[in-house]
Structures are given as structure tokens and as C-alpha cells.
Design a protein around this ligand. Structure first.
Ligand code: MGD
Ligand code: MGD
Ligand code: SF4
Ligand code: MO
Length: 732
């Protein structure tokens, strides 16, 4: 067994050095523990990689552990309430019901949705897939279609692997072109870990670097930028294509990379030759001379990077814009060069492992769309639940997700969930999406869990390893997700990973552990962690040992950032970057051939989005340490738009779209583009009290109720969460 990397400071008070696993910033933290209780969380000033600071979400993480409404034992629905039961009863019942459905309707009758936090556990998704493979179901849905699918699709087409996400080399960058991201609030993360990224970018700015922010809102980040381009929502593709055109037309490209590293540059030239700069400028509503000046500044800076994020991806042309962001990096020679976007190899070869674990292509039953990154689009889930026929989903597991609030048209999904034969939620508390659950299964918080994030080691902005040590023991009735998936496979008598012998092996280790009273003999993900380190690759010429992992509780930087691995790591057949994948070029031409989108009659305003510093998507906004009681969200409006509608600051309004309407207070803000209104997502999720039976709590309203699930980027199947047209009315 592992020695826990802790430092004892008194008999019952100790400090655990670990890192926060709420977001990819992965801030190093010192957790003070008394008995089995966390009494303080502070930034780990000795963490080798982190920025020696953190945010209030990390500081208050123990409040979620001690949530008054936390589920601490499996709970079974009885009529309108829940009763606590044992794991034996839960697993037996769920296994029997699922097996019955599979016998009657086939494996696809069992579905799963897994949300963003699932990815922060090093064992959850691996074993969840092992269980899904045991069943043989293709009814898999994940958060990617409301988040980062565009990145997966672009990485696959350009670099040959959906997981090949380049990391930002901030400290050598002279020109930051930040598109659809607000790192001052969201902490510079989307498939990369760049600790203190925004602060470091501001340090570079003080040393002379230029920061350009492209955002329809003058966000916290935009206000600090040298240049703010208030783009028309959804039109980043036109802006970025215009920049590519300026660079290629003016001969500002990196000759060597365009000829040698990349293929497709002639196709790009042909594409931009058919585009008109004034037309593109009109589409994105940015003056042509601003576009030209940013394109030139970007192309001629010594170190530069384009970073695109959710502000780009949650639109109909999200993939095209994401692609053109990568194109700008490629054609100006930013890939694998200081100050640009690097490829970090990581200590395990995640790309190879992903290829080995790849599921066969699968097309959805009703819409015929292919899976992306191993899952179908969340927007398709309601119809797949409610439409009869073989393959209809009859049982669903929600693993670390709240799709009714975080996804499109929550009302439609909510109604579908109610019609299921079996709904199982694995979470800490019962939130909106778990309202109709037949079973609530209690999960373990990362403060209670050991993680070795080996598969995401290639997302760090320098070679780094840290063991995510647990600080406290979970409540006895809560279980880590990996164990739930393993137990379910065993209870259903279906072979984990679809492979013969695994179930028998796991069961044998459990028997051995019980017989010898040596719990260390039982199979756990710890075995995999040891194996991954034993077979890890050299970083900076150094082979990692297990004692390096556990002997460095503040983490270990594995030498300087390496360059020169990108080309070799490419998964394309010809080992070159495909700068102009035909499907993206075709889609760009299609967009060029269409008039710019405009508001439909009756819905003149566009609904934008904002993240809250003290919330994580739809959760944490109920914690008293982060939000004063009674806090909610509001609708931000430009004062001129408000004046037209006779709406005053603080006044109650109704915001409606063709699919829903919500009521909230208006807040006037000149920081918005005219025609845009902004409502933070993630609010209006009820938190139920299945144990105490008290009334549900809820703060704010769910703006995604206004989003039509039909709206989608056809290339990435991403819901157009930031593109809804709405109207605002004063409430009398
Ligand atoms: N309009 C709009 N909508 C958006 C976005 C936007 O920008 N605008 N952003 C999108 C993005 S980027 C994302 S990632 C999605 C998020 O979408 P989801 O991942 O579906 O939802 P979350 O709101 O993150 O809810 C996560 C749930 O997991 C639970 N949880 C937390 N940690 C654990 C754990 O360790 N184990 C278990 N079992 N449960 C856990 C929480 O209690 C919570 O109930 O929302 C998307 N929705
Ligand atoms: N505090 C906090 N931090 C978080 C999260 C959180 O919920 N809270 N979530 C985490 C997650 S899961 C993720 S994926 C990341 C996301 O990280 P980011 O993608 O940086 O997310 P946001 O802060 O929402 O920034 C998106 C910006 O895009 C802008 N935008 C909207 N539409 C458009 C458009 O058409 N074009 C352009 N150019 N901009 C547009 C919005 O105004 C907003 O300022 O953040 C992570 N960090
Ligand atoms: S939630 Fe806050 S403390 Fe936790 S990793 Fe992200 S930025 Fe750091
Ligand atoms: Mo996300």
C-alpha cells in the first residue's frame, strides 16, 4: 500500500499537501485536518508547479464535504420520498432491473450521461467505460457536446487524435489573441493546466506583451487587454478567417512550417482568395483596419498564440472558428515554438492509450450522427429516451452531471427523465437533474479520494507529476465511482471491459483480502497507478519512479518544458498537420455563401453567457461560504437596449425565447454590445433534501431553459448555448 504523503504536526492535527480538483487549474493546496475533519484549506506555497494561490472555491471545498444535504448512504425512491438502504440492496436491485431491460430490449436500453467533474477523478471514467463495455451499450452521452467537442473534432482532423490538445507557453508569449474566453474568471482552463495563467499573461503584458481579447462583452479580461474586439456573437469564424486572409495575402506566414509541417496551405489560400475582407469585417462587425492591425501584430510578434474557448465553441460555426484559431497558430509558426502552443508529452502516452481504448464508430439511432470522443450529443438524449423502438433508452445513470441545467432545453430533458423505467444518480446531493431518480448513490469528494491524473499529464504547461492525496476519509456509506461500476458489472454478471477473466480476477483479489485480512490485496485503481508509473516514459531523460510520486507531496516538476516532440507525436498518417481538412473548408464556404444570421421576428436580442467566479457551472452556488443566501443571477442589458424597452436598473423582467421563458432582475451594463443580453448559466438548479425532507432550495433561474435543443454546430454536435435569440419584457 502507499504511504500517505502527509506531514504529521500533532497527534490529531496534520497537513495534507494535495491539489484542488474542481477545475483544471489544479491549484496546490495545504489541507489542515483535525481528526477526520478539514479545518482549513490554504494555498500550498511549496507546490512545485502551482501558482501558490487559489480561489474561494478551493478555500471552501470542505463545505461541500460537510453539505447539510449530502447523501451519505444509497437512497431508494419510495413514492415521493427516499429511504436509506444498503449498497447490497442498491446493487442487487439496479443489476436485476438493468439485466431485465437488456434481456428484453438489448444493451442500448441502458444509457449513461457523465458530466464535467467525472474527468477530475483518475479512476471514474476508466471503470465507467469498463462497465459500459461489459454491458455493450452504445447509449453514451457526455458533457463534450455542451463544452469542448469542437476541440476534439479539430484535433482529430488536424493532428490525428481527438486528445491532442496543445498547451499555452505563456511565459515566452509576446502576443496573446484570446477568443471567447474570460480567463480572469475561468482560470485559463479548457483541456490544459496553466496555473495562474491569467496572472502570468498580465506579467508578460507588463514586460511588453500585447493582449487582445475577442469577446462581445467587455469582460474582466477584456478590461485589462490592450485591444478589445467586441465581436458579433457567433461570428468569430469570419473574424479569424479575415486574419488568415491578411496574413496569407501579405506574405506574413511562416514559410517553413507552411511548406514542411503543414499540408493544406494551398487550399487555405484558395479559400481566402474567395473571401472578401470587407464582407468578413461586416459579418463580425469589427472594422477592417482593426482586423488588419491585429493580424499583422500577431503574425510578426516573436512569440504568439491564439487561444479559443467556450465563447467560440457554443455556436453554430464553433468548429470552423476553433479550426481557424489553430490555423492561425500553424501558419504563423506558433506550434511547438516558445511563446506559442506546445505539445506536452506527459509521463504516460495518453494518445496511444486512447487509441487502444477507442470504441467502434457508432451512429445514433434517431439522428444517425456519429459519436464524438466516444459519446453522442446530449441534445439527442431526450428523444432517445422517449421514442419507442429497439435501442430506446429505458434506464439511465447520471454520473457527476446536471444536464437539465447545464444542457439545452432542460424542460424537455426533465420530462424525458421522468418517463424512464430506471434513473440512477451518482452525486453528493440531489440536484435538478436527479429529481426523478429511483436511486441516489452517494459519491466521494476529491478531498476524500486519491487521484493520479496520469492521463491528463500531457495537459500541464510543464512536465509535472503530483499525487492527489486524500485529506479525509469519506462517510462510510459513500463510495468512489470506480467501485460502483465494478460492483455493478459483478452484480450484473457481465464482463468488465468486455474482457474474459477480469471479473474473476477482481473477485479473487477481494476474497484473498477478506481471507487474509489484508485489504491491500484487493484490486483497486492503485494497482493501475503503480503500473502506469512503472511503464511511464522518460521525461527530460528521466524515468519516473513510484517513490518520486509519493515522496514529493508538493508535486515534482520533471525538468524544463521540452520542445520538438510535436511532429513525432502527430497521429496523422503523413506526420503532418492537416491545415485544411476538407469538411471544415466546405463548411466555411457554406457560411460564406449565406447571409449573416439575423434575429427572427419577435426575438430581437441575443442571449450571451457568463461564468461566476464563485460557482462551478451549476454547482457550488448554494454554498454559504461562496454566495450570500438569497443570491441569484440577473440579466445584464446595455443601457440603450434597456431604455428602448423602458426597463430600469433592478427592474423585474421576463426573458423569452421560442422554447421557454424566465423571470429575473435587469442589471444595466455598458460593458455589453448592443443587442446582447447576458444571463449566467448554472443557476436555478434545485437542491433537494432526500434525507431530511425539507423543501428544495434554489437560487436564481436556469437560462438554458431558453435554449432550443435543435440548435447545433453540425461538425461537433455542440449545442448552440450562446446563440439563442430572445425578447425582454418589463413585468408590470
Ligand atoms: N449556457 C451555458 N451552458 C453551459 C455552459 C456555458 O458556458 N453556457 N458551459 C458548459 C460547460 S463548459 C460545462 S463543463 C457543462 C457542465 O455540465 P455538467 O457537467 O453536466 O454539469 P455541472 O453543472 O458541472 O454539474 C456537475 C455535477 O457533478 C457533481 N459532482 C461534482 N464532483 C463530483 C464527483 O467527484 N463525483 C460525482 N459523482 N459527482 C460530482 C456536482 O454536485 C453536480 O451535480 O455546462 C455547460 N453549460
Ligand atoms: N469560476 C469558474 N471557473 C471555471 C468554470 C466555472 O463555472 N466557474 N468552468 C470551468 C469550465 S468547465 C470551463 S469549460 C472553462 C471555460 O472557460 P472559458 O471558455 O474562458 O469560459 P467563460 O469564462 O465563460 O468565457 C467565455 C467568454 O466567451 C464570451 N462569448 C460568448 N459568445 C461569444 C462569441 O460568439 N464570440 C466570442 N469571441 N466570445 C463569446 C463570453 O462573453 C465569455 O466572456 O472554465 C472553467 N473555469
Ligand atoms: S477551483 Fe479555484 S482553487 Fe480549485 S483549481 Fe480551480 S482556480 Fe484553483
Ligand atoms: Mo466545461
Amino acid at each position: 500500500m502507499t504511504t500517505r504523503p502527509t506531514v504529521a504536526t500533532a497527534s490529531d492535527v496534520r497537513t495534507v499537501h494535495t491539489f484542488c480538483r474542481y477545475c483544471l487549474a489544479a491549484c496546490g493546496i495545504d489541507v489542515t485536518v483535525e481528526g477526520n475533519r478539514v479545518t482549513k484549506i490554504a494555498p500550498d506555497k511549496l507546490n512545485a508547479h502551482s501558482w501558490h494561490d487559489f480561489c474561494a472555491k478551493g478555500r471552501t471545498a470542505n463545505q461541500l464535504v460537510e453539505h447539510p444535504r449530502r447523501i451519505v448512504n444509497p437512497m431508494r425512491r419510495v413514492g415521493e420520498s427516499y429511504v436509506e438502504t444498503t449498497w447490497d440492496e442498491a446493487l442487487t436491485d439496479i443489476a436485476a432491473r438493468m439485466n431485465g431491460l437488456i434481456d428484453a430490449d438489448g444493451p442500448d436500453a441502458i444509457g449513461v450521461y457523465y458530466g464535467n467533474p467525472a474527468g477530475f477523478s483518475s479512476s471514474n471514467i476508466i471503470f465507467m467505460n469498463g462497465w459500459l463495455d461489459a454491458i455493450g451499450t452504445k447509449s453514451r452521452y457526455f458533457v463534450g457536446s455542451v463544452d469542448q467537442n469542437a476541440m476534439h473534432v479539430v484535433s482529430e482532423a488536424m493532428y490525428g487524435s481527438q486528445l491532442m490538445s496543445p498547451v499555452s507557453d505563456i511565459d515566452a508569449c509576446d502576443y496573446f489573441l484570446l477568443v471567447g474566453t474570460n480567463p480572469a474568471v475561468s482560470a485559463w482552463n479548457w483541456l490544459e493546466t496553466v496555473p495562474g495563467g491569467w496572472r502570468r499573461a498580465l506579467d508578460r503584458q507588463k514586460a511588453g506583451a500585447t493582449i487582445v481579447v475577442v469577446d462581445p462583452v467587455a469582460t474582466e479580461s477584456a478590461q485589462k487587454a490592450d485591444v478589445h474586439l467586441a465581436v458579433k456573437p457567433g461570428q468569430d469564424w469570419a473574424l479569424l478567417l479575415a486574419m488568415v486572409k491578411v496574413i496569407l495575402d501579405e506574405g506574413l506566414e511562416h514559410r517553413e512550417d507552411c511548406a514542411d509541417l503543414a499540408t493544406g496551405v494551398p487550399e487555405l489560400r484558395a479559400l481566402v482568395a474567395d473571401a472578401d475582407l470587407d464582407d468578413l469585417a461586416a459579418r463580425c462587425e469589427i472594422p477592417r483596419d482593426h482586423i488588419e492591425s491585429v493580424a499583422r501584430g500577431f503574425a510578426t510578434a516573436a512569440g504568439a498564440m491564439v487561444v479559443t474557448r467556450t465563447g467560440v465553441s457554443l455556436h453554430e460555426a464553433g468548429t470552423v472558428a476553433e479550426w481557424l484559431g489553430h490555423v492561425l497558430n500553424v501558419v504563423t509558426g506558433r506550434m511547438d515554438r516558445p511563446g506559442g502552443r506546445r505539445f506536452e508529452r506527459g509521463y504516460v502516452d495518453a494518445l496511444r492509450m486512447f487509441e487502444l481504448a477507442k470504441v467502434e464508430p457508432h451512429y445514433s439511432r434517431l439522428r444517425g450522427r456519429e459519436m464524438i470522443a466516444g459519446a453522442h450529443a446530449l441534445a439527442e438524449l431526450p428523444d432517445e429516451i422517449t421514442t419507442p423502438g429497439r435501442g430506446q433508452i429505458k434506464a439511465l445513470v447520471i454520473n457527476s452531471g446536471n444536464p437539465v441545467v447545464s444542457g439545452p432545453d432542460g424542460a424537455k430533458l426533465d420530462a424525458a427523465l421522468e418517463s424512464l423505467d430506471l434513473l440512477v444518480a451518482v452525486d453528493f446531493v440531489q440536484r435538478e437533474s436527479h429529481r426523478h431518480a429511483h436511486w441516489l448513490l452517494p459519491a466521494v469528494h476529491w478531498l476524500e479520494r486519491n487521484d493520479l491524473p496520469a492521463f491528463t499529464s500531457s495537459m500541464h504547461d510543464e512536465p509535472f507529476v503530483q499525487y492527489g492525496a486524500k485529506a479525509v476519509e469519506p462517510p462510510p456509506g459513500a463510495r468512489e465511482e470506480w467501485r460502483i461500476w465494478v460492483d455493478l458489472a459483478l452484480a450484473m454478471r457481465r464482463p468488465l471491459f468486455g474482457a474474459k477473466g477480469v471479473n474473476g480476477f477482481v473477485a479473487a483479489t477481494r476474497r484473498a483480502a477478506a481471507l487474509t485480512r489484508r485489504p491491500g490485496l484487493e484490486f483497486t485503481p492503485h494497482w493501475i497507478n503503480r503500473l502506469l508509473i512503472a511503464t511511464s516514459r522518460k521525461v527530460n531523460g528521466r524515468k519516473l519512479k513510484w517513490r518520486d510520486v509519493v515522496g514529493n507531496p508538493h508535486g515534482l516538476v520533471l525538468g524544463p518544458r521540452e520542445f520538438g516532440h510535436f511532429r513525432d507525436a502527430l497521429r496523422t498518417d503523413d506526420k503532418r498537420v492537416h491545415a485544411a481538412p476538407p469538411e471544415f473548408v466546405a463548411r466555411a464556404r457554406e457560411l460564406l455563401g449565406r447571409p449573416a444570421p439575423s434575429a427572427p421576428p419577435g426575438y430581437p436580442l441575443q442571449l450571451g453567457n457568463r461564468r461566476n467566479r464563485h460557482s462551478m457551472n451549476s454547482w457550488l452556488n448554494e454554498l454559504p461560504g461562496l454566495h450570500p443566501a438569497g443570491k441569484g443571477n440577473e440579466v445584464l442589458m446595455h443601457p440603450d437596449d434597456a431604455a428602448t424597452l423602458d426597463v430600469a436598473d433592478g427592474e423585474r423582467v421576463r426573458v423569452s425565447s421560442p422554447v421557454g421563458s424566465i423571470e429575473l432582475d435587469a442589471r444595466l451594463s455598458p460593458r455589453l454590445r448592443r443587442g446582447l443580453v447576458v444571463v449566467d448559466h448554472g443557476w436555478g438548479s434545485r437542491i433537494f433534501d432526500p434525507r431530511g425532507g425539507a423543501a428544495a432550495q434554489s437560487f436564481g433561474v436556469n437560462r438554458n431553459l431558453l435554449v432550443d435543443a435543435e440548435g447545433m454546430d453540425p461538425l461537433s454536435q455542440t449545442s448552440t448555448l450562446s446563440a439563442t435569440y430572445v425578447r425582454v419584457e418589463r413585468l408590470g
